[in-house]
Design a protein around this ligand. Structure first.
Ligand code: CP
Length: 306
């Protein structure tokens, strides 16, 4: 199945045909994983996995996805171990890595770094998170999770809680859900961490209904409650981070009598009590596995092997 793009930097690029195709191939990948653990369709292909900012899930799921499809992986992590540290530009780095690998994924702390990389990449490039801006593959795995957990994406009410200003996952997911019918948003955050205008302007342009609130307890009557951590690494003032970091902590008591599915891109740093994990609607660890499945789909589609 084909996609409308060669490089993936933002969920704003995706069409409904793209998401339909990715969800379909992801289902096929999940079946493949259950039956055989993978196959060799990407044999002879190399993924360059460039992580200039910490990651557990995104990096390991991209790399595992490539290995499960018979491909190979080369990695670079941390500025200090790459020539970016010597002053090489992102563009030069990508032009070099594109001579070695068949596909590149990159996480970088600078918002807009993914666009710079994609503008010169000779091979398909995937944004694995660029600063506070976008994390499109997280949004794709979230979409697949919603489809699996709820059974539909249209007519969805989603409450997003936490650091909506710096949390790139909620930006990417908001744009992606804009492709679906009658999705409504409740946005819960401290006044200092509200959703940026680039997202609320998008809601207004598309006629998407949203409300903003500082109170989590009144916002839990939704199909999905999407918790996020406060993004410590984006704060210049650590005392401001300490003041805001645990304003919202979801506990089993909050969920009494509620029907919402609970999602979180992870890592969590206290905003979901581990006692919630045994709630059958706590989907965040299933969400993690969906990350590998959807990245198997994306890698194989961008490399014309699905
Ligand atoms: N959800 C996510 O991006 O996790 P990592 O930072 O561990 O990759």
């Amino acid at each position: 199945m084909s996609l409308s793009f060669k490089h993936l930097t933002s969920t704003k690029q995706l069409t409904r045909d793209d998401t339909d195709a990715i969800l379909k191939v992801s289902q096929d990948m999940e079946t493949l994983l259950e039956k055989k653990g993978g196959d060799n369709r990407l044999q002879g292909k190399v993924l360059a996995s460039l992580f200039y900012e910490p990651s557990t899930r995104t990096r390991l799921s991209f790399e595992t996805a490539m290995l499960r499809l018979g491909g190979e992986v080369v990695t670079a992590d941390g500025f200090q171990f790459s020539s970016l540290y010597k002053g090489e530009t992102i563009e030069d780095t990508i032009m070099v890595v594109g001579q070695y690998a068949d596909i590149i994924c990159m996480r970088h702390p600078e918002g807009g770094s993914a666009d710079k990389a994609a503008s010169v990449s000779p091979v398909p490039f995937i944004n694995a998170g660029d600063g506070p801006k976008q994390h499109p593959t997280q949004a794709i795995l979230d979409l697949y999770t919603i489809q699996k957990e709820i059974g539909h994406i249209d007519n969805l009410h989603i409450t997003m809680v936490g650091d909506l200003r710096y949390g790139r996952t909620v930006h990417s997911l908001s744009f992606l859900l804009g492709l679906y019918e009658n999705v409504t948003f409740t946005l819960v955050s401290p006044a200092e961490l509200t959703m940026p205008e680039k997202v609320t302007d998008f809601f207004k342009e598309k006629g998407i209904s949203y409300t903003e609130s500082e109170e989590m307890e009144k916002a839990l009557d939704a199909d999905i409650v999407y918790m996020t951590r406060v993004q410590k690494e984006r704060f210049a003032d650590q005392s401001e981070y300490d003041r805001l970091k645990l304003k919202y902590i979801l506990t089993p008591k909050h969920l009494e009598g509620k029907n919402c599915t609970i999602m979180h891109p992870l890592p969590r740093v206290g905003e979901i009590d581990p006692a919630v994990d045994s709630n059958p609607r706590a989907a965040y660890f299933r969400e993690v596995r969906n990350g590998m499945i959807t990245r198997m789909a994306l890698l194989s589609m961008l490399l014309q092997a699905a």
